[in-house]
Design a protein around this ligand. Structure first.
Ligand code: OAD
Length: 306
């Protein structure tokens, strides 16, 4: 990898300083330095034989709810061990800029919030939440945030709510055991989980309202994005004067349309990605680097030392 392009870093810092409404769209790449695998990076071990496109669908959940539940349990267990990186922290620090800063993220990992960001729009949902798969309107369960290694700064009120939420603890309590059983036993783990262990018959957990299975509150392939979040994301992109596209391959729509909309409305477009993307040619400034080093260099230049 080449060293950082100082000129591009300086330019992005100036743009941020002068921006009245800076917005970022982030993807899996911003979390790569935290150890979260990107969507297209491949995975070894038991889960490596599945493509996310084959598990993250309503059809896959209908066909084999336990398999899909266990995949997410494994992913939550992995995430619990991970921390936000310099890129997340820099973006949190950008909220102190005169124009503020909003992150629109395709990531479901919650690491922006864990890094201290408050203005985060999750257009693909959150892996830390589950809801009724029959959409009966019963409550949504949130993974207790103490499972994340937070550094600072998060919403106390929400925390208190989660502290009261003993049943949510039960919904997620088996995540680590599931991850361990699958790693140790492979295919045989599913029989163990459904018949031969303390988990027998308990997974996926069922909705307290209607008895349907609970499912991750994420957007699966073929599903609509959450309307409110998407509408806010488009509104913001239309009014942004500076739009940073960070760590996304910019191939999955409608999220990939956001920078296009912003550019059409006159926003300056910045891309931060070690690899070229379909958006690169349209970007006004490109930093070809990992987001952690790039964004922390920008933050330091702005005196926001993240
Ligand atoms: P991808 O896995 O498609 O792309 C990750 C991008 O991050 C690539 O362009 C990499 O070059 C870049 N990258 C890798 N390391 C990086 C680093 N250290 N710093 C910055 N960038 C880095 O992930 P997404 O674009 O997020 O949707 O994928 C978008 C959506 O595709 C996902 O949200 C998911 C999937 O379909 C749903 O689940 C609905």
């Amino acid at each position: 990898m080449h060293g950082l392009d100082d000129q591009a870093v300086a330019r992005v810092s100036e743009l941020l300083k002068g921006s009245t409404q800076p917005v970022a769209l982030t993807g899996a790449g911003i979390s790569a330095e935290s150890g979260v695998p990107t969507f297209r990076s491949g995975e070894s071990g038991f889960w490596g034989r599945f493509r996310p496109e084959d598990l993250a669908t309503p059809e896959a959940f209908a066909a084999d709810p336990l398999l899909v539940w266990c995949w997410y349990a494994w992913r939550r267990a992995q995430l619990a061990e991970l921390s936000p990186n310099d890129g997340h922290r820099a973006m949190a620090a950008f909220e102190q800029l005169p124009g503020g800063f909003t992150v629109i993220t395709q990531n479901v990992d919650g690491l922006h919030q864990a890094g201290g960001s408050h203005n985060v729009i999750e257009v693909h949902g959150s892996i830390a939440a589950v809801r009724c798969s029959a959409d009966c309107g019963a409550r949504r369960y949130l993974l207790h945030e103490h499972n994340h290694k937070h550094d600072h700064n998060h919403d106390r009120e929400r925390d208190r709510e989660r502290d009261r939420d003993a049943s949510a603890e039960a919904v997620f309590a088996s995540d680590r055991e599931v991850a361990r059983l699958v790693a140790e036993q492979g295919d045989a783990a599913f029989a163990t989980i459904s018949e031969g262990s303390g988990l027998s018959g308990r997974l996926p957990p069922q909705c307290s309202g209607c008895g349907a299975y609970l499912r991750p509150d994420v957007v699966w392939f073929g599903e609509q994005l959450p309307l409110e979040a998407v509408n806010r994301a488009f509104e913001l992109s239309e009014s942004a004067d500076l739009f940073l596209v960070v760590g996304t391959s910019s191939v999955v729509y409608p999220a990939a349309a956001l920078p296009e909309v912003a550019a059409e409305r006159g926003a300056v477009l910045v891309e931060i990605n070690p690899e070229p993307t379909p958006l690169s040619d349209r970007a006004d400034v490109v930093i070809r680097s990992g987001s952690g080093p790039a964004l922390s260099a920008v933050a330091q230049r702005l005196g926001l030392g993240a």
